[in-house]
Write a protein that binds this ligand. Structure first.
Ligand SMILES: Nc1ncnc2c1ncn2[C@@H]1O[C@H](COP(=O)(O)OP(=O)(O)OP(=O)(O)O)[C@@H](O)[C@H]1O
Length: 559
């Protein structure tokens, strides 16, 4: 048998085969097709610009010469701007968006709102039909030709469009209610207006009893995941946790507030937990803030950044102890501040105490009945009295039902991550929130996204930055909580400062796998003089007893 014969043409050195030529032609055609398609698409989207530039080129280049050339018009007026724009948008998208696409889009949104307002107002149920008396000219016409037109006519009355502005990815429309209309009527139309504008989301804010501002977010800035970065600035009043839906920074106010973070499993509570604790890290290092952790889910979450915390409770008994100690700070500060000031100012000797609780329900709903009762009582006291005295609480929870968190109403700001139903949204954010802040519609594919209700009552969508484990560890290691001897413990429990150091420095780092490792910080902490012996003090059992505790019973920051 002879050698197999190739079905195609044979190769000869220096002469390309038909297959290779066909391949080159094919790929050239493909690239050309993609480019042509991109140019056509861009032209379609920017038709007005292309037509304007083409007309300009025609007028400037050709008319003076008196030699019109179709090819030159095409190249100068259409081809050049289209290719420039495609290349610009492809390789420098940010500057293209900033200087070309962004301003054009915003101008078109503004024009759309102004021109379409009468139709929009009517279709969204904001306008009414009213009978109107005929004008004098109509009446005169009627006198000449009796029978028509009618002496009365029907007109549409719309709420007044006060202003239309566009900035970034938001279109802001301010509207004044017509006679007989309330701001609630205007607010109720917000979802319909947002849908008509094809907005991604919206905010609605009452500026006065007759004026409402609609902020329509036309593009989603919360889509991409953004990792947090190690904080540098010493911040106490508010910490940056992520971004708002209009792309601006989301600062979560802390001073004077108790924060409840609610979201189902996997909704990203960890990002907000570490956004706050990590954001406070430089202040912890500076001694302006003391963090206390309660993580009854085996300390897995808090263990990741253990060094940041002055103390961490991983069992119900330890949690009660932490709550008791904070209550003593509340009592001591209350006595000291009474009649002097109404809001605590954190200093390094008198810091802000932040109690961070990973899963509140484990303590207040799923623990033993006695622990539950005691924990709820202590926490209620901290929540009701601590706010102005510089003792604040950040609590995360999955289930917002009253049976699970009876203390829900004592938190002064609430963040709703992804929730399971409109009912849960109402429970967390309040009546009427299901339409304005639909946390139950947050996609499971965007963890860390939440709805917040601002002080002025408006709702905003936000997304927390993601805190990877390495970043949490890095921030905690570089911003350890300064050592503060706990003099509130009965004396026999703290034999010496060295013992206390070992006690506190033996941070139980629980690895994700659940394996604990004991790490001593004794080597790093400076050696302290021995604590003077003190008379034995019994920890108070109730707030009334706690009120009589002397300043030596609380931490040194209070002394
Ligand atoms: N801000 C974020 N951006 C992007 N992805 C995030 C963000 N936050 C969390 N995730 C992702 O979502 C997953 C779940 O997040 P996280 O553990 O914080 O949820 P959780 O609400 O605390 O859940 P659980 O209550 O079950 O502990 C994380 O593993 C992470 O991959």
């Amino acid at each position: 048998m002879g050698a197999p014969v190739s079905a195609g043409l044979t190769h000869s050195r220096g002469v390309p085969s038909a297959t290779r030529v066909a391949g080159h032609v094919g790929s050239t055609l493909r690239i050309g097709g993609v480019l042509a398609w991109a140019v056509v698409g861009w032209t379609y989207r920017h038709l007005r610009w292309v037509v304007s530039v083409a007309s300009l080129a025609f007028a400037v280049r050709l008319l003076p010469n008196g030699q019109p050339s179709g090819i030159r018009v095409l190249i100068l007026g259409w081809g050049v701007p289209a290719v420039v724009a495609v290349v610009w948008a492809r390789w420098w998208p940010a500057s293209y968006e900033r200087w070309a696409a962004g301003p054009l889009k915003r101008a078109s949104w503004r024009r759309w709102a102004r021109r379409r307002w009468p139709v929009l107002a009517r279709e969204c149920g904001l306008s009414v039909q009213r009978d109107q008396r005929a004008s004098w000219s109509t009446s005169a016409l009627r006198a000449v030709a009796p029978g028509r037109p009618s002496a009365r006519s029907t007109v549409w009355v719309h709420p007044r469009l006060c202003s239309v502005t566009a900035r970034g990815v938001t279109l802001t429309v301010t509207v004044r209610a017509r006679t007989g209309q309330t701001v609630e009527d205007l607010e109720n139309a917000a979802p319909a207006l947002a849908a008509a504008a094809s907005a991604r989301s919206f905010r609605c804010r009452a500026l006065s009893p007759s004026t409402v501002e609609y902020v329509l977010v036309m593009a989603d800035r919360l889509g991409p995941v953004r990792a947090a970065s190690a904080p540098v600035d010493v911040l106490v009043d508010a910490v940056p946790v992520g971004r708002r839906q209009d792309g601006t920074r989301w600062l979560l106010p802390l001073t004077g507030r108790h924060t409840l973070v609610v979201g189902c499993s996997g909704s990203g509570k960890g990002s907000i937990f570490w956004g706050v604790c990590g954001g406070l890290a430089p202040a912890v290092r500076a001694g302006l803030v003391r963090l206390w952790g309660v993580d009854l889910k085996r300390g897995i979450e808090v263990g990741m950044g253990r060094h940041l915390f002055s103390d961490v409770a991983t069992t119900p008994a330890q949690a009660l102890d932490v709550l008791n100690r904070l209550l003593r700070v509340v009592d001591e500060r209350g006595n000291r501040m009474a009649g002097v000031t109404r809001l605590h100012e954190p200093t390094s000797s008198d810091p802000l105490h932040v109690l961070a609780i990973d899963e509140l329900a484990v303590l207040t709903a799923y623990a033993d009945p006695e622990v539950r009762k005691e924990a709820s009582r202590l926490l209620a006291e901290v929540l009701t009295q601590g706010r102005a005295l510089g003792v604040i609480v950040l609590a995360c929870v999955q289930d917002p039902r009253k049976e699970v968190i009876g203390l829900r109403g004592l938190f002064t700001q609430t963040l709703a991550l992804r929730l399971r139903s409109a009912d849960e949204t109402r429970m967390v954010l309040g009546d009427g929130a299901a339409a304005l802040a639909p946390a139950h519609r947050i996609s499971p594919s965007t963890p860390g996204t939440a709805w917040v209700i601002e002080e002025d009552g408006s709702a905003d969508r936000v997304r927390a930055d993601f805190w990877p484990d390495d970043l949490v560890r890095h921030v905690a290691t570089h911003n350890p909580a300064p050592y503060v001897p706990d003099t509130s413990k009965p004396i026999e429990q703290v034999e010496s400062v060295e013992d206390a150091e070992v006690d506190r420095g033996s941070a139980v780092d629980v690895a994700p796998g659940g394996v604990s490792s004991v790490r001593s910080r004794k080597a790093r902490a400076p050696r302290q003089p021995r604590t003077p012996r003190r008379p034995r003090v019994t920890a108070p059992q109730s707030p009334s007893e706690a009120g009589s505790v002397s300043s030596s019973d609380v931490g040194p920051e209070a002394a």
